[in-house]
Design a protein around this ligand. Structure first.
Ligand code: NAD
Length: 330
């Protein structure tokens, strides 16, 4: 099938091209994000392949449909960037890669937790400047602390197990109780209790209407002073406006973000020669107790191999009318 691959970076080309030796689709790579301006690049392509920051609102989906597209193949798990009712109305099938690196994302969350706690970025910079002082690098022991996980799906479950390995008590909030977590000894509690009792809170909920800005001023007010907040899920789960105040007041003691509400025009790009126009992000970057990574939690060799293979097999399955139900977004 002829597929327009948007937001393609060198690593996308390399992993998709390698996996495509087996599937033999016709892949045409485009560097820009898919949006209303670039949708015309996909004219007469029966399918598009997109990533987290491509914008598939009603206008874009309608344009794609008018141009003859039948398939939207997401090479990610989240689908908050797609207007699903519009796609359904216009008869476009949306497929995704439901799990490609749950271990990678959970491990990245742990990386942020450890680096924030032991101030690894500050230590690294100091030592490179021959400053061997350890003043200001005081950490805490994770053993014995309470870890709050919001979302106990694939990633949250793996992370809960890792944090139990550190000797944490794990509290969870999720709309559904996961029996695997219960068997591990994870305790399901209300959001309010999780906020009030957790020393570290990590977000693993999908972004949807119900979870948008789930972390806001009101939620922060219920958390412990000096809480560590980690988000490797989607930026829109947190109202970024309250982060600066939360950090200034000391309510948030540590902040680790792999995702940011307004990341679309920033993340994955080299903007080192430009002035960042996003004042909240610029302010967040100025705090010593904040680590921000550029949506790289998924970025492991295993994940890229899995993403490429599942994306291309989804396209083949679509052609054969034999899609795996769990890979179809409805
Ligand atoms: P999952 O679908 O396995 O788990 C999501 C959990 O959220 C489920 O247990 C579900 O019951 C719960 N949930 C859904 N809606 C809810 C609601 N309204 N209230 C309470 N709980 C609710 O997802 P996953 O594979 O663990 O991934 C979680 C998120 O991580 C994804 O949605 C995606 O946005 C993000 N992600 C980020 C990266 C990255 O590189 N940073 C990579 C992969 C996934």
């Amino acid at each position: 099938m002829k597929i327009a691959v948007f937001s393609s970076k060198a690593y996308d080309k390399s992993f998709l091209t390698e996996a495509n030796k087996k599937y033999k689709h016709e892949l045409v790579f485009f560097e820009p994000h898919l949006n209303a301006l670039t949708a015309k690049l996909a004219a007469e392509f029966p399918g598009v392949c997109v990533f987290v920051n491509d914008l598939l609102n009603r206008e874009v989906v309608s344009n794609l449909s008018r141009q003859g597209a039948k398939l939207i193949a997401l090479r990610c798990a989240g689908y908050n960037n797609v207007d699903l009712p519009a796609a359904k109305e216009l008869g476009l099938t949306v497929v995704r890669v439901p799990a490609y690196s749950p271990y990678g994302v959970a491990e990245h969350a742990v990386t942020l937790i450890l680096a924030l706690n032991r101030k690894i970025c500050r230590a690294y910079n100091r030592i490179r400047d021959s400053n061997f002082s350890i003043e200001g690098l005081l950490g805490f022991e994770i053993h014995g602390k309470t870890f709050g996980v919001m979302g106990t799906g694939k990633i949250g479950t793996i992370l809960s197990r890792i944090m139990q390995g550190f000797g944490c008590k794990v509290l969870a909030y999720d709309a559904q109780v996961n029996t695997e977590c219960v068997a591990m000894g994870v305790e399901y509690v209300s959001k309010e209790r999780l906020y009030a009792q957790s020393d570290i809170i990590s977000l693993h909920l999908p972004l949807m209407k119900e979870t948008h800005h789930i972390i806001n001023l009101e939620a922060l007010a219920q958390m412990k002073n000096g809480v560590m907040l980690i988000n490797t899920s989607r930026g829109g789960l947190i109202d970024s406006l309250c982060l600066v105040d939360g950090l200034k007041s000391g309510k948030i003691g540590y902040l680790g973000l792999d995702v940011y509400e307004e990341e679309e025009s920033l993340f994955f790009e080299d903007l080192s020669g430009q002035v960042i126009q996003d004042d909240i992000l610029a302010r967040l970057l100025s705090f010593p107790n904040v680590i921000i990574t550029s949506h790289q939690a998924f970025f492991t060799k295993t994940a890229l191999e899995n993403i490429a293979d599942t994306t291309l097999s989804n396209i083949t399955d679509f052609e054969k009318d034999s899609l795996k139900p769990e890979n179809v977004v409805k």
